[in-house]
Design a protein around this ligand. Structure first.
Ligand SMILES: CNc1nc2cc3c(cc2[nH]1)N=C(N)NC3
Length: 375
């Protein structure tokens, strides 16, 4: 994997770059649609590629391991082949899902034991096993197995958890660096900065993560309920330490405003379930702010969903029709709203990239943040 830093903003830490992977290029800043169990819920690959114009999607080790399971993925030649997606994929390691999804989980030095949220079966994820699983899934970018801290959590817990994550990272690197890719193309491993919302721990973790000199670095343990200003403060501290010549990935973030503020703090990659999950509930993100299409005021509004929208659904369908579909829980409603939201998120990061390249990002960001917050 390679990262070319193309332009740095002069009034902020924003930057534009290109990540090159075995499955193609990723222009940053980038938003990565979440495709947890091998599907961006309700959306076809051609829509993701041609209409939403996503460049990379996310899969999840925890989910894919439990279903469809590794033997099927291996027989298909990996996740790309199984879902018929030939662009880049990133898989999260399961650390967050074990902490947030599974039942009866127990964290020990060896790893995390948990019972499946699907059938209650018992499993043990060790750093080594999670590397092997992600080798089998075959994502271009894989994540280290980390321990996710709840929010809030006390200093002692955050400190001990951070050190465990660092010890697990060493084991992840040893296993990953001593195994080969299964499908004939390279994969890369990103470590994850932890430390909850304690500045000194975040500094310590960022320095430790940077010392592994991997091809990219992630920031975890945020967007777990902390106030936005704490998220920005932690991001500021960490991006001041993580190397400038490597991509920085802020996990699980965020709202459109979160994306712009963190791009200004030097973040290059984002993923979040908000645009897809909220779409299914009728929450539409637009450049004029968010609208809840279930609101009665859209009942007779036959105007296009979003006149400023870049997706085909924005001009093809009306607000009244989409409201009708969402209220009636019609499958097409979720599909249309998801395409709209993802197209908006990809437009936002693409526009941010253009503004950085033009040297006008800082003023544009200020205007957009105001506009996005108006509804
Ligand atoms: C929705 N918020 C969120 N914060 C996260 C934080 C992490 C993560 C996923 C997240 N999602 N995955 C990890 N492996 N570690 C940190």
């Amino acid at each position: 994997m390679d990262f070319k830093l193309e332009k740095k903003d002069i009034n902020s830490k924003a930057r534009a770059g290109t990540i090159t992977t075995a499955h193609g290029e990723i222009k940053t800043p980038i938003f990565m649609p979440v495709g947890t169990a091998g599907t961006v819920k309700g959306v076809h690959q051609h829509e993701i590629k041609d209409d939403i114009k996503a460049q990379i999607i996310l899969g999840n080790t925890y989910h894919l391991y439990l279903r469809p399971k590794l033997d099927i993925l291996k027989s298909a030649g990996g996740l790309h082949k199984f879902i018929n997606w030939d662009k880049p994929i990133l898989t999260d390691s399961g650390g967050y899902q074990v902490y947030s999804l599974s039942g009866r989980r127990k964290i020990k030095e060896e790893g995390a034991t948990f019972s499946s949220h699907i059938d209650g079966s018992k499993h043990l994820f060790t750093p080594e096993y999670v590397m092997d699983i992600q080798r089998t899934i075959g994502a271009d970018i894989i994540m280290a197995f980390d321990e996710c801290t709840p929010y809030p959590c006390d200093y002692k817990y955050a400190k001990n958890s951070m050190h465990m994550t660092h010890r697990w990272l060493k084991r992840c690197c040893e296993r990953f660096d001593s195994t080969e890719p299964l499908y004939g193309y390279d994969q890369t491993l990103f470590p994850i900065v932890q430390g909850s919302t304690y500045k000194d721990l975040r500094k310590q973790s960022a320095e430790k993560i940077a010392s592994f000199e991997r091809e990219g670095n992630a920031i975890g343990g945020l967007s777990v309920g902390e106030p936005d200003d704490e998220m920005y403060e932690m991001c500021e501290v960490v991006t001041n330490i993580l190397p400038e010549d490597k991509p920085r990935y802020l996990m699980g973030v965020g709202t459109p405003i979160n994306l712009l503020e963190n791009i200004a703090l030097g973040i290059d990659m984002f993923d979040c379930v908000m645009p897809t999950r909220n779409a299914r509930n009728g929450m539409l993100f637009t450049s004029q702010g968010t609208i809840n299409i279930k609101n009665k005021k859209w009942e007779n509004d036959l105007s296009p969903i979003d006149p400023d929208g870049t997706s085909y659904v924005d001009s093809f369908y009306s607000k009244a029709y989409l409201r009708h579909l969402i209220i009636s829980k019609e499958i097409l409603g979720a599909q249309i709203a998801t395409i709209h939201n993802l197209a908006f998120y990809l437009w936002l990061v693409t526009e941010a990239r253009e503004q950085i390249l033009a040297g006008t990002f800082y003023d544009w960001k200020a205007k957009m943040v105001k506009q996005l917050g108006q509804k």
